[in-house]
Design a protein around this ligand. Structure first.
Ligand SMILES: [Zn+2]
Length: 275
């Protein structure tokens, strides 16, 4: 069973979001744990959650993916930013647990000029703090980044070393993104090399989600601009090779392409035609 959906809003509740995803042809989706700029979170509505869970069960939905706001930065040089990120993340995990959502995707962080070594150390300290009280059956997914600015986590080595330094915690996973991989310098026409590298540094058992995006910029640009499927540097053949890869397709596929709901529906229909 392949799980495929798009990033959509849960502003009108979880049940409405499940309906929206179904209208697009999806059987999962991604949403922000709270406002992407990191404001306060809406109170959870238990009835809405139960209705949503029932609808997802009836329609064979896969696991949903929550994405944390871009304002979180475990590698910040400012203590208050790091503490804010930790406080919010711990709260987000309680919320997704209540919703029955297993995954929270996190950008590892940006070191802001402190250097990668110090940045990675700060991220490890933050991760350990969150993992110490992570609820059962939830996973923190480190996202592989394009490496723009002072972003960390753009190599398999970074991701692997973060996991190792967190004592290979079983609730740490990874989310890859075809646009970010391209920006970071991984040539997706040579998928075998990338997979070999990933297996060596991280391991496919940790790959839980995959952001399916085309890339405006070419391999190694260190830039992160998503394009619609087939309208970027990757093209449909590469997208297809990801979809049909037996290891990569075990992850939940999420579209984060610059689309409205109709556009997402078209891309989901396109992928389903291939199957
Ligand atoms: Zn992301």
């Amino acid at each position: 069973m392949m799980y495929l959906g798009a990033h959509i809003s849960i502003a009108k509740g979880l049940y409405k979001a499940v309906q929206t995803s179904m209208e697009m042809g999806g059987n999962t989706f991604q949403f922000f744990t709270r406002n992407p700029r990191g404001g306060s979170a809406k109170k959870l509505d238990e009835k809405d959650i139960l209705k949503a869970q029932q609808l997802m069960k009836e329609n064979d939905f896969g696991p949903l993916v929550a994405h944390s706001p871009y304002t979180y930065n475990l590698a910040s040089k400012k203590t208050e930013v790091r503490e804010f990120s930790l406080r919010m993340l711990r709260e987000d995990f309680q919320r997704v647990k209540t919703m029955g959502v297993p995954y929270i995707v996190l950008h590892p962080g940006s070191h802001g000029g402190q250097g990668e070594e110090i940045g990675l150390e700060l991220v490890v300290a933050g991760l350990k703090n969150v993992l110490a009280e992570i609820p059962a059956e939830t996973f923190l997914l480190l996202e592989g980044m394009a490496g723009s600015g002072t972003e960390l986590g753009y190599t398999m080595k970074h991701l692997g070393s973060l996991i190792t330094q967190c004592d290979n915690h079983p609730q740490l996973g990874v989310c890859l993104d075809s646009c970010h991989l391209t920006g970071a310098g991984y040539d997706l026409t040579r998928l075998d090399e990338l997979k070999h590298d990933f297996e060596k540094e991280v391991g496919f058992d940790r790959l839980k989600a995959f952001h399916l995006n085309d890339s405006v910029h070419s391999v190694g640009s260190r830039r992160d601009r998503h394009a619609k499927l087939g309208e970027g540097e990757l093209g449909l053949d590469i997208i297809k090779s990801i979809i049909f890869d037996e290891d990569l397709s075990k992850a939940v596929f999420i579209l984060e392409t610059p689309n409205d709901e109709e556009g997402y529906a078209r891309e989901i229909a396109l992928i389903k035609e291939w199957l």
